[in-house]
Write a protein that binds this ligand. Structure first.
Ligand code: NDP
Ligand code: MG
Length: 390
């Protein structure tokens, strides 16, 4: 990009979270190249106030008036307008001035704004994997119709994208190898798993992430959600994907070709690498990540996932095979059970048990609309909440 080009205007949804902060860290290195158009936060107004000061966005989005008042007490930046409510998230994702949208809200709450960015033909930097899990067909349709550029930010999918010519799987690809760290309880017995605490679950051995995805990594639901995400992004079925446990998180995923070649993408476990790749694609820019050192200290090992101790992976594979609304049902149940585990209302192994119960007890429908998916999501949440109460 020439220095005379006008800066890329970026909206960062979920700016106060782990991915949002890493995105701002990369953007701060290139003030002439990227400009923050909008930021959103949900509860952390102190962080949002600091980011307003540092990046002077045109807009910030907060969920309600209480948060708006709280934020107004913390900032006096006249050039930033505070918008309130869910519709405003979609508005700043689709505004004509915006070039790129970082979708880094956690959970199905990110769906509407991801869809808005896709429909408006933006460069969509997708960290919010739940959007694709819940509404993969609708989101991919929106991208195809508008000509939006969908860049996977999830490290595995970013790696797969990098290992494929133009992100396409139609040129001699035999399978995709989706790597998983195995999480903090990789070697725990079922008996030990029943007694793990939220503190242990959110302490991931390699990655520093938000609380929900950290628990998902510990149950392997994260790998299940990622398998569904990969099916939509790269036009695959679960049979095309091999999940490989690789505890060091140095290889971020691989593609196996029919001629026997396996291509991998490697790097330090730091989300700034896929974020920088997505932001600057097809250029490469410095991200702030550590360099990988190829010394004797670098040991790479591999194993098979255990679907008996970690049934969430199997549940996600089943849901994708069932198709229709099944992944949306599983995702909704999982959001409720993970929150219940974090609030100490259920044990760790109850997450998978209740998720399975909700999936089994729900009718699976063909996906028709976002409104239908919202209903499906609500019903599954109610079933899961009722099971938590028992
Ligand atoms: P965090 O919990 O750290 O951040 C979540 C962000 O979403 C915060 O800005 C939070 O605001 C906001 N938020 C929470 N609830 C709502 C809501 N109901 N409506 C609108 N905004 C909301 O999560 P992560 O950054 O770890 O993850 C974000 C997404 O990226 C997830 O989908 C995750 O799966 C995906 N991802 C994350 C990776 C990582 O390394 N962290 C890696 C790959 C994917 P506030 O904090 O102000 O309450
Ligand atoms: Mg990932």
């Amino acid at each position: 990009m020439s220095s005379l080009a006008s800066p890329v205007q970026v909206s960062i949804l979920g700016a106060t979270g782990s991915i949002g902060q890493s995105t701002l860290d990369v953007i701060a290195r290139y003030p002439d190249r990227f400009q923050v158009f909008a930021l959103s936060g949900h509860s952390n107004m102190a962080q949002l106030a600091r980011d307003i000061k540092a990046f002077s966005p045109r807009f910030v989005v907060v969920p309600n008036n209480e948060r708006r008042l709280e934020l107004q007490r913390l900032t006096d930046a006249a050039e930033t307008e505070i918008l309130v409510g869910e519709q405003a998230l979609s508005d700043v994702a689709s505004a004509p001035e915006v070039d790129a949208v970082m979708a880094s809200i956690v959970g199905a709450a990110g769906l509407d704004s991801s869809l808005s960015a896709a429909k408006a033909g933006k460069k969509l930097l997708l960290a919010n994997k739940e959007s694709l899990v819940v509404a993969g067909a609708l989101l991919m349709d929106a991208v195809a119709h508008s000509g939006a550029q969908l860049m996977p930010i999830d490290s595995e999918h970013n790696a797969i994208f990098q290992c494929l010519p133009n992100g396409q799987t139609n040129q001699g690809v035999e399978s995709v190898l989706l790597t998983a760290s195995g999480g903090p309880f990789r070697e725990f017995s079922l008996e030990q798993l029943a007694h793990v605490t939220p503190e242990q679950a959110v302490a991931h051995p390699n990655w520093s992430m938000g609380r929900k995805i950290s628990v998902d990594s510990a149950t392997l639901m994260n790998k299940g959600l990622e398998l569904i995400e990969a099916c939509w992004l790269f036009d695959l079925t679960p049979a095309d994907i091999e999940v490989v446990v690789h505890p060091q998180s140095v290889i971020h995923s691989m593609v196996r070709y029919v001629d026997g070649s396996v291509i991998s993408q490697m790097g330090a476990p730091d989300m700034r690498t896929p974020i920088a790749y997505g932001l600057a694609y097809p250029e490469r820019i410095v991200s702030g990540s550590d360099r990988l050192q190829f010394t004797s200290a670098l040991q790479l090992s591999f194993d098979q996932p255990d679907r008996v101790r970690f049934p969430c992976l199997r549940l996600a594979e089943d849901a994708m095979r069932l198709g229709g609304t099944a992944p949306a049902i599983l995702n909704a149940a999982n959001e409720i059970t993970v929150a219940a585990f974090l609030n100490r209302r259920i044990g760790f192994t109850e997450i998978a048990r209740i998720n399975e119960q909700v999936l089994t007890d729900s009718n699976i429908e063909t996906v028709e609309s976002v409104e239908q998916l919202r209903d499906v999501d609500q019903r599954a949440r109610q079933l899961a909440a009722a099971a938590v109460e028992v």
